[in-house]
Design a protein around this ligand. Structure first.
Ligand SMILES: Cc1ncc(COP(=O)(O)O)c(C=O)c1O
Length: 464
């Protein structure tokens, strides 16, 4: 009988695969790194950022787009931007910048962060910065300050029709503009039209009314993003086509418009069964843009993307130890972890998101079906199914401790959980490591932040 955990995995997926394999002791190897050893050495719960992955993703995307451009004989160029909101950490931004990516911002504080990086020599005034998002007074003040400082490649993507006049009242400097198209939402969504951006039909009239004759401003970019992301669905292609209609009609009357920004939304694996054909999808996107523009007799645009999850998601790992098993009835065996899902992986709770999950050891043990519970008192602090199986199977706890890892957790989780702030039930935020594989194959590990201390939380709460 094949009852060991390894057998279950081999029956369910192709294994070993990509970044995952096993060593001779049946411990999991991630990128050839024994994570159990790291979990034991540094303690759990543990967040890890594997820095190498960030640059790899940027280069992969550039390769897919360049190949697609060559294949389609497309005359525009491709530009990779990183959307800071998916992870604002300095080590992420430094990594992204070291690979020459442009930056997309979404708030006033984002601008402060960019200026900090410039002052420390990580970028200069020529860096392309795409200011997206709703512009509060503070955000507009920052944008104006940047223009006054001499940032000369800043593109302000208008989210609504009032932003331009408000910005013009703050600066006399030339302003490069973009416009965000308010896409129509997926049929199953609660609303018809996205609250973000300006409606399709309003864009051309708005350009003629407010931008065309204004010498201070030039329209350069059309921005399009649908929150379901880039997928081979009728909905995606339909929205892209509508965006291209707006782009071509604008380009016919506005010679400065040359950039088409297709936003973020390139997916990442949430299961070993994930099978997204990246290169084919990119080929098709470039081909659609080319065909549409050639048919309309306009120059092919430069293509911009703002991949967030794709850039940082796969760099993140979250490790826990199973503290104890509680059998509540015949069917429910709870493995209680030494952390919280709600606070360290909030997407699992808020939007029912699934991550790749594997035990870090004991793959030669028999498996059993379990539920995974977090440490807070909240009954919703649990994780009970994987995307591919609808259940969780883990090695049966025996003599040794069982460690588990959630993979591809590098995007959005820290900002959504309020990293370093007050956590539910005052469960502390985990220790955070930065890991980098050096060229000689050695592994460099740095403690970025120790686990949150009670003193930090008490101070935030007003206790001295
Ligand atoms: C304007 C814009 N660009 C890019 C992104 C990044 O999306 P993703 O992380 O799915 O790549 C977002 C995410 O909300 C966004 O709103």
């Amino acid at each position: 009988m094949k009852k060991k955990y390894i057998h279950l995995v081999e029956q369910t997926f192709e294994f070993p695969q990509n970044r995952f394999s096993l060593d001779e002791n049946f411990d999991l190897l991630f990128e050839n790194i024994n994570l159990k050893a790291i979990a034991k050495k540094y303690g759990t719960p543990l967040k890890i950022t594997y820095l190498n992955k960030i640059g790899e993703q940027i280069e992969k995307s550039r390769m897919w787009f360049q190949n697609a451009i060559n294949r389609a004989a497309f005359s525009g160029t491709y530009h990779y931007c990183y959307c800071t909101k998916s992870s604002h950490f300095k080590f992420v931004l430094e990594e992204v910048l070291s690979h020459g990516a442009h930056i997309e911002t979404s708030s006033a504080f984002d601008m402060v962060l960019i200026e900090n990086l410039r002052r420390s020599g990580k970028l200069n005034l020529d860096k392309k910065i795409i200011c997206n998002g709703y512009k509060t007074a503070e955000y507009l003040n920052e944008i104006a300050r940047f223009l006054e400082l001499g940032y000369n490649n800043l593109v302000v993507v208008l989210d609504n029709k009032t932003e331009l006049n408000r910005l013009k009242s703050l600066t006399r400097k030339p302003i490069k503009l973009g416009i965000r198209i308010a896409s129509e939402e997926e049929p199953k969504f609660a609303f018809y039209t996205s609250r973000l951006g300006i409606g399709y039909k309003d864009i051309l009239p708005y350009y003629k009314l407010a931008i065309e004759d204004d010498k201070q401003v030039s329209l350069q970019m059309l921005h399009f993003f649908i929150n379901t992301g880039i997928h081979d669905t009728a909905y995606y292609w339909n929205e892209l086509r509508k965006a291209l209609n707006v782009y071509t009609s604008l380009a016919k009357v506005c010679s400065s418009v040359n950039d088409l920004n297709i936003g973020g939304g390139l997916p990442i694996p949430h299961s070993l069964k994930f099978n997204f054909e990246y290169a084919e999808m990119v080929n098709e996107i470039v081909l659609q843009i080319k065909t549409h523009c050639s048919d309309a007799n306009i120059q092919h645009p430069d293509i911009y993307t703002e991949f967030g999850s794709f850039t940082v998601g796969e760099s993140g790992l979250t490790l826990f130890k199973v503290l104890k098993q509680k059998q509540q009835n015949d069917r429910e065996r709870w493995n209680l972890i030494d952390g919280s899902f709600m606070t360290t992986l909030p997407d699992t709770w808020a939007i029912n998101k699934r991550f790749i999950l594997f035990p870090l050891n004991a793959w030669d043990y028999e498996y059993e079906r379990v539920l995974l519970g977090g440490l807070t008192c909240d009954s919703d602090d649990y994780y009970n199914s994987e995307q591919h199986t609808n259940a969780i199977y883990l090695p049966k706890l025996e003599k040794e401790d069982l460690y588990i890892g959630f993979f591809n957790t590098g995007a959005y989780q820290e900002s959504l959980s309020g990293y370093g702030g007050i956590q539910h039930c005052l469960i502390p935020y985990p220790k955070h490591l930065l890991m980098r594989k050096l060229e000689n194959g050695d592994l460099d590990i740095e403690v970025f932040r120790e686990a949150q201390q009670s003193t930090e939380m008490l101070k935030t709460l007003g206790y001295d």
